[in-house]
Ligand binder design. Structure first.
Ligand SMILES: NC(=O)c1ccc[n+]([C@@H]2O[C@H](COP(=O)([O-])OP(=O)(O)OC[C@H]3O[C@@H](n4cnc5c(N)ncnc54)[C@H](OP(=O)(O)O)[C@@H]3O)[C@@H](O)[C@H]2O)c1
Length: 345
């Protein structure tokens, strides 16, 4: 599997990262280890976890696999902190993070974390405090690079400026939701990343499973799938996404998959992989069979014409103000420019 630069951080990551949100939840330890083996066998070396996934369970499962395989030095290991780990245990405050990073190191059974991410913006803590703490972890050798997740465009710019002010490490990555059904990041977040040499790590590249084509227009899902288990689950919620806009995008994905003889998942993953600033697409899977399907996207790529068709079919439209105003004033907006970006290979 190819590697790409994580923004301008100097760190290299595999073009597909192994997401581990299902570990210890939908996927038990044996299934999770089988997926890690499959990913590693395909040449993948980038693993993304978080303390909150299965309340530490995902980090522990990854940690036991690393210890069994003895492959720590070959891997780029990313984790995150912020969401609740217990009563009063959450946030991006310095004291809390000091305990959180040590707990993650211990669960993962490693001496350092390659990429330590703040899982979401914390409105209750000055950013300088958070970044000061992160700088300390880098100085102590506990962390190599820092990143953020679920930040808005101005919060990313603020983070970059704050690291300059306090002399902390430059953010290497931003981890946002990004897929053919969720392109909002193109207005503010993606340009902020491009402007600052920050690598994008898209989460939910299949829209939580929607882009595999497994959900239907007429039946609320049931059974062993993410929305079958909970049709109201988070950003993927069935009723909210069961719209004409979604079906238009899914039809375009299906047309290309049929013409290619590939799966819809592979089409959707390749679209994300080709988008600007994207360093590594975080794969999510419940089973090895799903992961094998998704890894199959690496053996081919979309043409420029297919990219353009998908980009057009999924175009979200721009808000009248300020983006519409700027388009009228200058004839072009950031979004227009991104809409015409071609695949890199
Ligand atoms: N930073 C954040 O806030 C944040 C948030 C979410 C995720 N993440 C990261 O991003 C990773 C990926 O996110 P995600 O799991 O939401 O990604 P996703 O690719 O959008 O959805 C993955 C889910 O879709 C289904 N699926 C995947 N491949 C399939 C296939 N080939 N055929 C049929 N179904 C398939 C599986 O769910 P079912 O079988 O259960 O339907 C799987 O768990 C996570 O593991 C995590 O590392 C980060």
């Amino acid at each position: 599997m190819e590697k790409t630069a994580l923004g301008s951080s100097g760190l290299e990551v595999s073009v597909f990262g192994m997401g581990t949100m299902t570990f210890g939840a939908e996927s038990d330890e044996a299934a999770s280890h089988a997926m890690l083996d499959e990913y590693f066998q395909a040449g993948g070396r980038f693993i993304d976890t978080a303390d909150v996934y299965s309340r530490g369970g995902s980090e522990e499962i990854v940690g036991r696999w690393i210890s069994m395989r003895g492959n720590r030095d070959e891997l780029v290991v990313a984790t995150k902190a912020f969401f609740t780990m217990g009563e009063g245990l959450r946030g991006a405050g310095a004291e809390y993070l000091k305990g959180a990073v040590d707990a993650s190191l211990s669960r993962l059974g490693v001496d350092y974390i390659d990429l330590y991410q703040i899982h979401a913006w914390d409105p209750n803590v000055p950013l300088a405090e958070t970044i000061g703490a992160l700088a300390g972890f880098v100085e102590d050798g506990k962390v190599r690079q820092i990143g953020f997740s679920n930040y808005t465009g101005w919060q990313i710019e603020r983070a970059v400026w704050t690291t300059r002010e306090v002399g902390g490490p430059t953010p290497a990555s931003i981890q946002p939701q990004y897929n053919l059904l969720a392109r909002d990041i193109e207005l503010e977040i993606l340009p902020a990343c491009m402007d600052n040499g920050i690598g994008l790590l898209p989460w939910s590249p299949l829209g939580g499973g929607w882009l595999t084509g497994k959900y239907s227009r007429s039946e609320r899902p049931e059974g062993a799938s993410r929305l079958g288990e909970d049709p109201n689950r988070g950003v993927e919620a069935y009723d909210r996404r069961n719209t004409e806009t979604t079906w238009k995008v899914l039809e375009a994905v299906e047309d290309i998959a049929n013409a290619r003889g590939s799966t819809m998942s592979q089409v959707a993953l390749n679209w994300v992989r080709n988008r600007p600033a994207v360093s590594s697409v975080l794969l999510g899977a419940r089973t090895v069979a799903q992961l094998t399907d998704n890894l199959g996207a690496l053996s081919w790529n979309l043409t420029e014409d297919e990219m353009a068709r998908l980009t057009e079919a999924s175009a979200p439209g721009i808000p009248d103000y300020v983006h519409g105003f700027l388009r009228a004033a200058a004839g072009v907006t950031v979004w227009d420019e991104l809409g015409t970006v071609s695949p890199s290979n």
